[in-house]
Design a protein around this ligand. Structure first.
Ligand SMILES: Cc1cc2nc3c(=O)[nH]c(=O)nc-3n(C[C@H](O)[C@H](O)[C@H](O)COP(=O)(O)O)c2cc1C
Length: 351
């Protein structure tokens, strides 16, 4: 298969604008994968399984929430080599896609505040797209977003109602505490957040006891603009309620108040991973998100204390090859750390 330079394809996609390009890629990726068009951009991965949250992740690299928010083509995207894919955000009521612009020179994405989300029903309908991926050992996360407001009952129900419906369909669930805002939740709502965390854990226990369901790992995602004191407070809550991981960070705050991703989020993402890593001392896994645009960025997050990393903007600016390259770079480093170079037995890049 001839390899068309990624820059050329990227120029065409950028001409379409972000929303149309996203729709175009998501509607066609399964077909391109089956026809072998993607093969020249990916390669066989080194084996690098990692046990985390009671799950076996095939490698450290995941797709961040929002890219395939309706779970339309999980297996197609999985073919790029992702060890885990987080779909959503999902909520009881769908919210339309937000206006975003791509800042090509700085490799950043700027969106208006708020996050588009899919309805639970839509994601449940689409989840058959994940079957092949999960059969191959890929890990499926579902990201639930709920509005954090003054009303504690309303806040916790916004997370618990989708959790009940999605429980049987995910390998893990992420509670997205950003409410779609890059500054995260207001410190005055700590009580509502703490109660929600408690209720979510109780609901999981209830589902296990009354319906015989297995333990479902639950992580929590925080915003890049959340202040450090609140982040550390939240980390303590997650330890107290025995959550399974923290995802840091979602979008950061731009000068004009927009939600920034990509390179513009890089420094804050590293800062937060370091802050959490020092505070948590290995007692809660960290999943890094934000500004991971190159294999070195992925390695830097792992060095800073992350167990897994998630890519979003990197896929847009640097193409599908980034997944396997980042996975291999981290795998090499981890194996060197272990002092044992495993045999480089290729396993087709097909998670
Ligand atoms: C257009 C867009 C939509 C997003 N939608 C979601 C979402 O639905 N849920 C979520 O948790 N994060 C969402 N995010 C945040 C990403 O998952 C990721 O955390 C963030 O973009 C930082 O990673 P990056 O710098 O690699 O892009 C979205 C980001 C962008 C740019």
């Amino acid at each position: 298969m001839i390899k068309i330079p990624f820059n050329f394809l990227q120029n065409i996609l950028f001409l379409m604008g972000p929303q149309r390009a996203q729709r175009f890629v998501l509607s066609n990726i399964d077909r391109w994968m089956n026809l072998g068009f993607i093969d020249p951009y990916i390669h066989d991965l080194m084996e690098d399984p990692i046990e985390l949250m009671g799950l076996r992740f095939p490698n450290t690299i995941g797709l961040a929430a929002g890219f395939d928010y309706e779970a339309k083509c999980v297996s197609g995207l999985g073919g790029l080599g992702f060890g885990h894919i987080e779909v959503g955000s999902v909520s009881e009521i769908a919210r339309p896609i937000k206006k975003c612009s791509l800042r090509r020179p700085s490799q950043s994405v700027a969106c208006s505040e708020g996050i588009a989300c899919a309805s639970v029903e839509r994601v449940l309908e689409n989840l058959k797209s994940a079957a092949a991926y999960r059969n191959r050992g890929g890990i499926l996360g579902i990201n639930i977003i709920g509005e954090i407001c003054e009303d504690s009952k309303k806040t916790s129900e916004a997370f618990i109602a989708p959790l009940r419906k999605l429980y049987r369909h995910a390998d893990y669930v992420t509670l997205n505490l950003t409410s779609g805002l890059s500054r995260g939740f207001s410190a005055q709502y700590k009580g509502q957040v703490a109660l929600t965390l408690k209720k979510v854990v109780e609901e999981r226990e209830r589902l296990m006891q009354t319906e015989g369901l297995p333990y479902l790992p639950i992580s929590v995602k925080v915003a890049g603009g959340q202040d450090n004191d609140t982040l550390l407070w939240l980390a303590d809550q997650l330890l107290y309620y025995r959550f399974d991981a923290i995802v840091a960070v979602g979008g950061g705050v731009g000068i004009a108040g927009e939600r920034l991703s990509g390179n513009a989020l890089k420094d804050r993402s590293i800062e937060v991973v370091r802050l959490l890593s020092n505070h948590l001392q290995g007692n809660l896994p960290i999943i890094a998100s934000g500004g991971i645009l190159t294999p070195d960025d992925a390695l830097e997050r792992v060095n800073a204390g992350a167990s897994l990393v998630q890519i979003f903007s990197g896929l847009i600016f640097n193409g599908p090859g980034l997944v396997a390259e980042a996975s291999d770079q981290v795998a090499c480093w981890r194996q060197t750390q272990k002092g044992v170079m495993k045999s480089l037995r290729p396993s087709s890049a097909s998670f």
